[in-house]
Design a protein around this ligand. Sequence first.
Ligand code: NAD
Length: 237
Amino acid sequence: MSHASSRIALITGGARGIGAAITARLSHDGWRVVIADRERPQHPPAGTRALLCDVSDEASVNGLIDGIRRQEGRLDVLVCNAGISVHKPIAALSLAEWSGVIGTNLTATFLLVRAAEGLLRAAKGAVVTIASTRARMSEANSEPYAASKGGLVALTHALAISLAPDVRVNCISPGWIHTRGDPPRPADHAFHPAGRVGVPDDVAALTAFLAGPESGFITGAEFIVDGGVTRKMIYPD
Ligand SMILES: NC(=O)c1ccc[n+]([C@@H]2O[C@H](COP(=O)([O-])OP(=O)(O)OC[C@H]3O[C@@H](n4cnc5c(N)ncnc54)[C@H](O)[C@@H]3O)[C@@H](O)[C@H]2O)c1
């Protein structure tokens, strides 16, 4: 594939974790990837363009998409992956903390799609949002994260209808994906019906499928990638 004709994917939060795995997978598959992150990636794949951007900031997002329009001239796939969480009792949670999580995890997808709609429609492209199983189940003290991800699941199907038939919009809701820190314990793996905790490549593989033509009949869908945990009945000992 020539450089000029190759497809362009924009991955938010691509500097590390799940976003870095999606970047590596799509690059390997022949996509030209633009990373938008508030941090610089450590080891981006060759050919990747990495841009500093706060996806919760309107001017920053508009500048990002304007730059892609000028430099790449097209946008085929948008992966809305950047995300943060704040875990605090609600009494201790400030409005700024609440708004920060909603801004990064939910409002960013509105800003990105609004700015990129023309490019995505022209490319007959696809959007993949990364939500969470926490859209549907909770630990204590996770209100802003749960609300943002529940909103993102709903925003995904709303966009799928509004952008049809030009752009397909789908959502991946990961469960426990190990990205850093201490490795999961044997009991953590055994808790999962799939027999293990997830890895970033589990999400990257599905993203690659949803970005490509083989998923052409799939839009407005949510895919749970959690090793079966949200299907597991749990009783007290
Ligand atoms: N790891 C998991 O177990 C898990 C489970 C369910 C859902 N998720 C979701 O998957 C996505 C990726 O998670 P991860 O574990 O790789 O997280 P991570 O913290 O390792 O990486 C997130 C990336 O997003 C970037 N980012 C954060 N705020 C940003 C902003 N305002 N603008 C631009 N970039 C920003 C960070 O710099 C970082 O590179 C998130 O949306 C997260 O909520 C993760």
